[in-house]
Structures are given as structure tokens and as C-alpha cells.
Design a protein around this ligand. Sequence first.
Ligand code: FAD
Ligand code: NAI
Length: 483
Amino acid sequence: MKDNYDLVVIGGGPGGYEAAIRGAQLGMSVACIEKRVHKGEPALGGTCLNVGCIPSKALLDSSHRFEATQHELADHGINTSDVNIDISKMLERKDAIVKQLTAGVAGLLKGNKVDWLQGWGTLEDGTGNDKKVTFTPLDGSEAKSITAKSVILAAGSVPIDIPVAKTDGEYIVDSTGALEFSEVPKRLGVIGAGVIGLELGSVWRRLGAEVVVYEAMPSFLAAADKDIAKESQKLLKKQGLDIRVDTKVNNAEVKDGQVVVTADKGGEISEETFDKLIVCVGRRAYSEKLLGENSGIQLTDRGLVDVDDQCKTNLDGVYAIGDLVRGPMLAHKAMEEGMMAVERIHGEKAQVNYDTIISVIYTAPEIAWVGLTEEQAIEQGHEVKTGSFGLAANGRALAQGEGNGLVKVVADAKTDRLLGMHMVGVGAGDIVHQGMIAMEFVSSIEDLQLMTFAHPTVSEAVHEAALSADGRAIHAIQRKKRK
Ligand code: FAD
Ligand code: NAI
């Protein structure tokens, strides 16, 4: 390590390591400070690679295959019997994928000549030209002072704790604990029907757990378009996820190796017993040990680092990105912000388009959207037109045994401009990128109508949804006035 760098990045998650690599590509001397130890070894990749996006998707894939093998193959005439799953093998597979990716990131930093400093970084003073950072190594050796022309804060987030259900790492766990159950709980409780609750609840349900999900809000998936939320709720319920909206957990305690949960739905109190309980009620920015007393950095009243649209903090040359700042807590948002921050430091005019950040929930089928929901578009004063198309009439989806779900497009009725695309259905997480690209190019509904989509593909449902916005879908009876 050196005493002085052009750029010091604190945090080696997707936001931080991408920023570090981009900085090196632009010719800066860069250090990336990361204190994470995963399964006994220092690890890059942050929440995303170690305990978030990647391990959860590995388990979603294993559990999906298990369920499909048991319940979906018979329709194809493929007979299977005595299907069983070795949970320890499934977890080993997940761990191997994580290891491959985190080692890959270490290789990328090395190959780009970024110094990975294994330990804690603290911004002591972010004012002036030489920012002061303390590096406290993980190996217990003496803390060192380094200076940097620019600093990027990328410390990410951690799960929110709630006093009524304190995690103990064994019976009551957060998302990290829920990736490590060594056997399938017979009964699993989940607090929070958000992204983690639905994804990890689905994993353990598919493997055989009886799953109850408690959601405090009166509506399911309040952030999604209401038609998509309604269809998703119906499909997840059919799969056996017992989602209880408008239900608040008052207390959760461990008695005789079981978790007893007391919940309140409009004054009606219920008590249920589970083998495990997952608490996933959101995450909070993680700024402990990140900022010294005289760092000069302003926080918001919610504890986020306060930044402008370009991720600049109140101090020149200090940027903050990812889960530590406003906006959705998503890996791709963190990555784009990391690149924008570095390019800004380098004097370029990079800008993230926050209007086209995609959301994906990796249930089966996937739930995904980009842009405005119908409700948001109306609230923002648009005269709105929408079109939707159900996958039950899409040949490819049916051929794959995936005829559930729909695509919906939201547009401005006066200008015809596409404002949002929403989908629940097979491949939604990929297909919705068509909406993102269309929105980036300021496309109209007519543009989507005039394009030729390959047949048979699930993407044809996007075409039909756009046609249906003007009463012109072919494979659905149209009640709307035709254009
Ligand atoms: P992080 O990934 O949290 O990285 C920050 C790093 O900084 C951490 O490794 C931390 O150890 C380190 N750090 C903190 N303070 C210091 C310090 N003072 N000194 C040194 N190092 C420090 N997002 C998606 O887009 N798609 C998904 O499918 C998805 N799935 C998820 C599943 C789960 C179960 C969870 C929990 C999250 C998931 N997310 C997903 C969210 C995603 O993981 C985060 O949005 C993303 O990791 C944020 O990136 P980041 O770089 O801002 O922070
Ligand atoms: P979330 O914000 O998605 O959902 C939390 C849910 O818990 C909300 O529906 C909320 O109303 C509910 N809730 C809050 N307090 C409650 C209480 N006391 N009792 C009952 N319900 C309560 O947060 P989650 O699922 O913890 O995920 C954290 C973050 O991680 C998300 O912001 C998400 O962006 C990210 N993530 C993204 C994934 C993806 O992109 N596929 C996957 C997993 C996580």
C-alpha cells in the first residue's frame, strides 16, 4: 500500500469495486478498503456477492429445479419418482458460486492494479485537497493514515432489526441466516412480504416448508403496478405462500426450540409456532466506523449520506454511492452510481438515469418493472393509456408450461410516449429490459407496435401489450376503441 492515492474507495461491494476498477481504467492510483470476512476469509463483492443477490439466486435456482422435477415433468410424460434433495450439497453449490465470483473480483482488482486494503476505512477529514482516511487492518496490525485526492464512500447497508423480533442467528434470523438453514424448516415464518420475504420464502416453500408471511402494509407489493401486484399475489398464493397483509407482528420469542409469533390483524390477535423465523423488513445504510467525528460529511435524517443527483456529497471530491445513499437498494443502481462518481471525478459528464432503474423479484414467475406504474403516471398529471396482454395467449409461454402472468405498458395518451413497462411472467427480469431500452430512446407505443418481434417468443407479449394500448391486440378480444 501507498500513503497517498488519487482515489480511495471505502467498501468493496458492487458499487465500490466497480468504481475502483473504473478509476484504474481512467489512470488513477486506487485503493479499495473492504473489511468483510466471509466464511473465515477476507472477501470482496459486498452484500451482493456474499450474502445477497448471488447466493439467493443460487438457492432460487436449486429449489426451482427441485419443485419443477417433482411437479412439472409429469405433464411432459417424464416420470420421476423418489425425488429428494441434499441440502448440504445445495448449500455447497451456492458457496462455490460465491467463491468463484468473489475470487474473480479480487483478480480483477489485482489485474487493474487496485490495492485491496483488507480492513476498515474511516474518512477522518473530507475537506481540502488531501482527504484523510484511516485504514485499520483486519490482521490487528496498527492503523495507518492515508491521503487521497478523491474518496468514494460505498459502505452499503445492513438488515433492519425490529425490537419485537430480535434476531438470535439460530431461530430468528435475517436474510443472511436464511441462506444457511441446514435443513428445511417444517414451518417457516417470515416478517415482511418485500423482495427478500418473497424470494427466500419461495426458496424454502419449494423445498417443503409451510410458509407464512406477515406484512404490515394493507396492500401487497405496494411499489408495483396494482395489476401486476394483484396477479403476483394470486400466483404466489396458489403456490402455497400464505401471505397475510395488514398483519403486524407484536412479539416473537423462542420457547422450547420453536419460535412463537403473536400477530395482530385489525385487532384480532393470533399466535403461531414456527421452526424458524426470517426478519426481512428492509435494510438501513451502514455508516458505523465509516465517518470520523470531523469527516465533515452530512447525513440525512434517515442516516443516509446526503448526495446530489450525481452522488456528490456536501464536500468537493467526496462522493457516496449505492445502498448508503437515497434511491432503491439495488446492486445495478450501486454499480452505475460507482461509475458515474468516478467519471465525474475525472471531469466527465456521466449521469445515471434514475427513471429507468429496473426492479426484479426473482420468484417464479418473475415480477419486474421499469418506469412509472399506472397510478404514479396519473399522480404525475399524465393523461394515461395502458395496454396489457396475458401470457395465457402466448404460444411460447404455453409451450414452456408458463402461461401465467401478463405484460402491461403505461404511456402518455397525448404524446404516446412509453412511461413504464410491468410484467409478471416467465423471464420478466430479462424481458422488461426491452421497456428500459425503449424508454431510454424515448420510444412511443407506436414504435413498439411497428417493430417485428420473433415468433414464437414470450417477448411477443410486449408487442401485443403495446397493440392493446390502442385496442389492436390480435390474440385477445379488444374492447377498447381501435386506433
Ligand atoms: P454492499 O454490497 O453492501 O457493499 C458494501 C461493502 O462495504 C460491504 O462489503 C461492507 O463490508 C463494506 N464496508 C462497510 N463499511 C466499511 C468500512 N468502514 N470499511 C471498509 N469496508 C466497509 N440487489 C439486486 O439488484 N438484485 C438482487 O437480486 C438482489 N438480491 C439481494 C438479496 C439479498 C438476500 C440481499 C440482502 C440483498 C439483495 N440485493 C439485490 C441488494 C444488493 O445486494 C445491494 O443493493 C448491493 O449489494 C449494494 O451495493 P453496495 O456496493 O452499495 O453495498
Ligand atoms: P423491502 O423493503 O423489499 O420489504 C420489506 C417489507 O417489510 C415491506 O413490504 C414492509 O411493508 C414490510 N414491513 C416492514 N416492517 C414490518 C413489520 N414490522 N411487520 C411486517 N412487515 C413489515 O425489504 P427487504 O425485503 O428486507 O429487502 C431489503 C432490500 O434488499 C430491498 O430494498 C431490495 O431493494 C433489496 N433486495 C433486492 C432484491 C432484488 O432486487 N431482487 C432481492 C432482495 C433484496
